[in-house]
Structure formats: structure tokens, C-alpha cells
Design a protein. Structure first.
Length: 353
């Protein structure tokens, strides 16, 4: 880990910072290694069925990977974007009561379409279609009723062992059902016709590692506020060091249960080496000085307003045309898909199952 501390306020990151181009080159290479020359297995049809899918919440990390995957794959290959949403009884009851109070007996909108990750997922899908119109993007909406969650709960608990907390279960369930790849897709652009669908992709891209390497969690901002760059570096070092123990084993067991392989471009050995050796102020915006030159350019103005967390990745998304994606807020998978506190509103993430 590069523990260098700046002698003064580092310059603000911008679209033109040399480190953003280096980041693009490094991440692009990592993505290419993971998706080139994948054989068509099973019942897939060459040039028709996707060989690569993305675990897709619509957030910054996964959308950035989808955008880079587009540049690496032949144009005639589709890419599946797997987006999962759950029926959380607590949330559903609250939304129903609110809807009845405001709209009477009018039919309530889909509980799944109101999930935060479904909303951002649809928006990011639309932006990908706009930026990369010559790609076949297939948005796979995975909707999980509470009864189905309950039916698979014990199997997920066995798969994620020795992890045994409520947070582990929330995250593992989201990955379990997403990696199964069974959902619904729209058969036309207007989304009027819906059909059931199961992805044949055996390779699933995951954005795991981006938050740890580029300071994407709220606790990173707290660490900087308390102890400056030294505290931020210590927190990132801790996060990167425990990724294997906290995440990778659990996630791999859950995802491989369905005969699919998760691949993690942000955790490529060379990419991790590059990122950890890059000064921290070239990865995020904490402690950087504001640009002194005002600009009328819209992208420059947006780049100045981006969140400090993962600012380098946000700038890369902006550079690649993903304006909305660059501005997305960080949201944990268990809250975005609504798997958190499925059975009890008073349970804590650290509570043992």
C-alpha cells in the first residue's frame, strides 16, 4: 500500500488528470482478460445468447464494467444485465399503507419496480443503450417473492458457511438469486411484452473491490474526517486485506452453486497492485483542492460536483459517456435489493443467525 502523504492539498481530480487515463487502461485490460474467448457452452446460440452477464444494480461499479465489456466484445454478442429485487414484507406493508392513503383503491405499482436497485438498474440500462446503441443489452429483471426467499433460506445459509450473520445472509441471498439468472425480459423497446428468461451466460462480472480500493464506503469519509489521509489509508488497507475472508469465499460458494463463475475485474492482481500503489488522492477526492479555473463546459462542471468517494471511477464513467452513472450514490446491495431485515425489522447486520 502506498502510504505517501501529500505535503500540501493535492490538485483536484479532473477528466484531464493523467491518472484517469492510466486507470482506464488498467481496468480495460483487466476486463478484456476476463471476457475474451469464452466458449459457447450448453444450449447457447453463437451470436445470439449472451456468454457474459453482469451482476447489475445500476450502480457505478457494475455499469462501468458493462461499458468496458461493450468495447471488448464483438458487436453481435449480447450482454445480460441481471438485476434482482425482493418482496420485503415490512417494506411492502409500509408502501401499501402509504399508497392506500394517497390513492385509495387505485391499483398499487409493482413492489419490485419500486426497489432502489431496480430504479437505478433501469436508468443505467437506458444510459447504456443510449451510449452504446449497437449492443444488444438484455435487462433481466429477477423478482423474488418472500415465500421463495423463505424456501431457499436454509440452502443459502449452508452455502455461505462459515459466515453466519444477518448481513451475510442478506448479501448472499441477493447474489444467490441473481446468479441463478431466472427472470423476465422485455421483448421490445417499449417493454409492453414480457417473457420469462434464464441466462445461459456462465461468466458473471462483479464490481466487488471497487469500494475497498477507491474509498467508496461512508466509513472512508469518516476516517478522513477524523485522521486525515493517514486515517483514510489505514482504513483502505484494512478493507483490502480482509476482502478474501469477508467476501470472496462466501460469494464464490453462493454463485458457483448455479454452475456459473464470478469474475472480478477490480481484483485482478495487476490491477490491485496498480491501485494500491497509486497515491490515495489519485483514487478519490478527499482532501483535494478545488479547481481554480472556472469552466463553462458541462462535463467539467459535473466533474467538479462529483462525490469524493471513488471520484477517479466516477470521472472514468463520465469520460466514457456515462453521465448519470458517474453521479450515482453508493448503496449496499442488501438495501438496494431489499434483502436487509426480511424477517425482523429489529435485527442487526452483525447478529448471528
Amino acid at each position: 500500500m502506498n502510504r505517501t502523504l501529500p505535503s500540501k492539498d493535492p490538485p483536484s481530480l479532473s477528466l484531464y488528470s493523467p491518472c484517469i487515463q492510466t486507470l482506464e487502461d488498467q481496468l480495460r485490460q483487466s476486463v478484456v482478460i476476463r471476457i475474451r474467448n469464452i466458449p459457447q457452452l450448453g444450449c447457447g446460440s453463437p451470436g445470439v445468447d449472451a456468454k457474459v452477464a453482469v451482476l447489475f444494480s445500476g450502480g457505478l461499479d457494475c455499469t462501468l464494467l458493462a461499458r468496458l465489456a461493450h468495447d471488448a466484445l464483438p458487436k453481435d454478442e449480447s450482454i445480460d444485465l441481471i438485476n434482482v429485487a425482493f418482496e420485503n414484507p415490512r417494506v411492502a406493508a409500509a408502501l401499501k399503507a402509504k399508497h392506500e392513503k394517497e390513492n385509495g383503491k387505485e391499483q398499487m405499482p409493482s413492489i419490485y419496480e419500486s426497489c432502489p436497485d431496480r430504479i437505478t438498474g433501469r436508468a443505467a440500462h437506458a444510459e447504456l443503450q443510449k451510449v452504446c446503441p449497437d449492443r444488444g443489452w438484455q435487462f433481466v429483471a429477477v423478482n423474488i417473492p418472500f415465500r421463495e426467499f423463505s424456501a431457499h433460506r436454509e440452502e443459502v445459509i449452508q452455502l455461505m458457511r462459515p459466515h453466519n450473520t444477518e448481513m451475510d445472509l442478506s448479501i448472499a441471498c441477493a447474489l444467490y438469486f441473481a446468479s441463478r439468472g431466472q427472470g423476465e425480459v422485455a421483448t421490445n423497446d417499449s417493454s409492453d411484452e414480457i417473457t420469462t428468461y434464464t441466462t445461459v451466460a456462465r461468466v458473471l462480472l462483479s464490481g466487488l473491490g471497487a469500494d475497498e480500493l477507491f474509498a467508496g464506503y461512508g466509513r472512508h469519509g469518516i476516517a478522513f474526517a477524523r485522521k486525515g489521509f493517514q486515517g483514510l489509508i489505514d482504513e483502505i488497507d484494512l478493507d483490502v486485506g480482509r476482502l478474501g475472508k469477508r467476501n470472496l469465499g462466501r460469494d464464490d460458494r453462493v454463485i458457483s452453486n448455479w454452475g456459473r463463475e464470478a469474475r472480478f475485474p477490480f481484483l485482478d492482481e495487476e490491477f490491485v497492485s496498480y491501485a494500491t500503489q497509486t497515491p490515495i488522492w489519485e483514487r478519490c477526492g478527499f482532501g483535494t483542492a478545488k479547481s481554480e479555473s472556472a469552466s463553462d463546459d458541462e462535463l467539467d462542471q459535473i466533474s467538479e460536483s462529483l462525490d469524493f468517494e471513488k471520484k477517479a471511477l466516477r470521472l472514468l464513467a463520465l469520460k466514457l459517456g456515462m453521465v448519470q452513472t458517474a453521479q450515482e450514490k453508493k448503496r449496499a446491495i442488501q438495501f438496494g435489493s431489499r434483502t436487509a431485515k426480511m424477517e425482523s425489522g429489529r435485527s442487526k447486520g452483525t447478529q448471528t443467525i
